[in-house]
Write a protein that binds this ligand. Structure first.
Ligand code: SAM
Ligand code: SF4
Length: 386
């Protein structure tokens, strides 16, 4: 098995981060042997074949989970510093030459689609800090078989880029909004860009071609007092809101179980003010949020209870980090280096497929956050891609 072990990562954008990649050609060859149906993507296959929605092979793990979703981090750089994600100072970013190019990401997605991947989410770091992201959106939205292309953003850079992104084919945006107060935003994010977030959100809400959802992370002593205001705002603007539990992926390692405001607590707070919440059952089983609506049907509210009620049993997600490492779980400590395979010309599609299969085959049944022996992964959220 191939492992990527985080090492002493670069201290700045102009200093390459060092990392150790343990993996060799014979291991990739071993991975290939595991893979039935590789003939479907021989290296002679053309893009049209790879882009076809008629995939003959699916990415099924040992527990029967079929993987159809891929989160792609396009950069680890972010322009704000949320407490629950990044360090206040000294964040270390990948040197720009270590980022997968848009062409390499497109190539990877074409192979992934031939293995049944259907849903793509672009994330980061802050994905809109990657120059010309609309060009990647255009490439990916043109791939036959990509049924859903979405973006997760902090919103600070959204307003000016929105028209280009929509023209390129983006139709879904999750915007992270933890507060309605500029002061609290500055406290959480250690930056003063709240006005830009609101401008981005308003632009997105006005855009008829885009479906917007809000992502909200509640921290007990920071924004818990705003839960009702956030739900009220979402209802007034008719935008779905999803509450995400704080996970042990903060760079400063301050996470503790007791610091998690659980979905259960939030449902209690919301139902005390708005009345009982109705659970919606008509949802995709692999989607991470449990959806509810206010009793008058005026707002849908999702809860991503990753810590208190893990949904690993239905997980269908894989992740590609900005430097081309495949991960089968947010909390995984193993990485499958697809970057070298994308660097060869022409890219070795057969081996990329084998690596995808190997990554899926090694997936654990659950993330194990509640296990006494749980160890948080070396990479923080902004380095993996949330
Ligand atoms: N920068 C973009 C943003 O903030 O939307 C995209 C990347 S960010 C890592 C994606 C999502 O991860 C955000 O909604 C953020 O709230 C969430 N997130 C970050 N750190 C988290 C943590 N420790 N636990 C749970 N969610 C976290
Ligand atoms: Fe940046 Fe998103 Fe992490 Fe906040 S959550 S620091 S916006 S990557």
């Amino acid at each position: 098995m191939m492992h990527y072990v985080d090492g002493n990562r670069g201290a700045s954008a102009d200093q390459p981060a060092s990392s150790e990649i343990v993996g060799n050609d014979s291991q990739i060859a071993d991975a290939k042997k595991m893979l039935p149906g590789l003939a479907a993507i021989s290296s002679e296959s053309n893009n049209a074949q790879l882009g076809s929605a008629q995939s003959s092979t699916v990415l099924k793990d040992r527990f029967g989970r079929i993987h159809q979703s891929l989160r792609i981090s396009v950069t680890d750089v972010c322009n704000i510093r949320c407490q629950y994600c990044m360090p206040a100072e000294g964040a270390q970013f990948l040197a720009s030459e270590r980022l997968l190019s848009f062409e390499q990401i497109e190539e990877f997605v074409r192979v992934a689609v031939s293995f049944g991947i259907r849903r793509i989410r672009l994330t980061g770091g802050e994905p809109l800090s990657r120059p010309n992201l609309h060009q990647l959106v255009a490439k990916l939205s043109a791939i036959d078989g990509v049924d859903d292309l979405a973006l997760t953003t902090n919103g600070t850079l959204l307003a000016p880029q929105l028209p280009g992104l929509v023209r390129a084919g983006l139709r879904r945006i999750n915007l992270s909004l933890d507060t309605l107060s500029a002061t609290t935003f500055e406290h959480i994010s250690r930056r003063k860009s709240f006005q830009n977030v609101l401008e981005g959100l308003q632009a997105a809400l006005k855009c008829p071609d885009v479906e917007v959802k809000l992502n909200t992370l509640v921290l007990r002593h920071l924004n818990m007092c705003e839960v009702i205001d956030l739900v009220t705002y979402a209802r007034e603007h008719q935008v779905d809101i999803r509450f995400i539990e704080f996970m042990p992926l903060d760079a400063s390692r301050q996470w503790q179980n007791s610091s998690v405001v659980t979905g259960h607590e939030l449902r209690e707070i919301i139902s005390r003010r708005f009345g009982p919440l109705n659970r919606l059952v008509d949802q995709r089983s692999s989607q991470p949020s449990a959806d509810y609506e206010l009793s008058d049907g005026s707002l849908k509210i999702g809860f991503i209870d990753s810590v208190s009620q893990p949904f690993c049993g239905a997980c269908d997600r894989l992740r590609l980090t900005a430097d081309g490492q495949l991960q089968n779980c947010l909390f995984g400590t193993e990485h499958w280096p697809v970057v070298q395979l994308l660097q060869t010309l022409p890219p070795d599609r057969e081996s990329i497929g084998a690596l995808l299969q190997a990554c899926v085959s090694a997936k654990h049944p659950a993330h194990g956050i509640s296990d006494p022996q749980f160890v948080a992964p070396p990479r923080a959220m902004y380095q993996i891609g949330g």
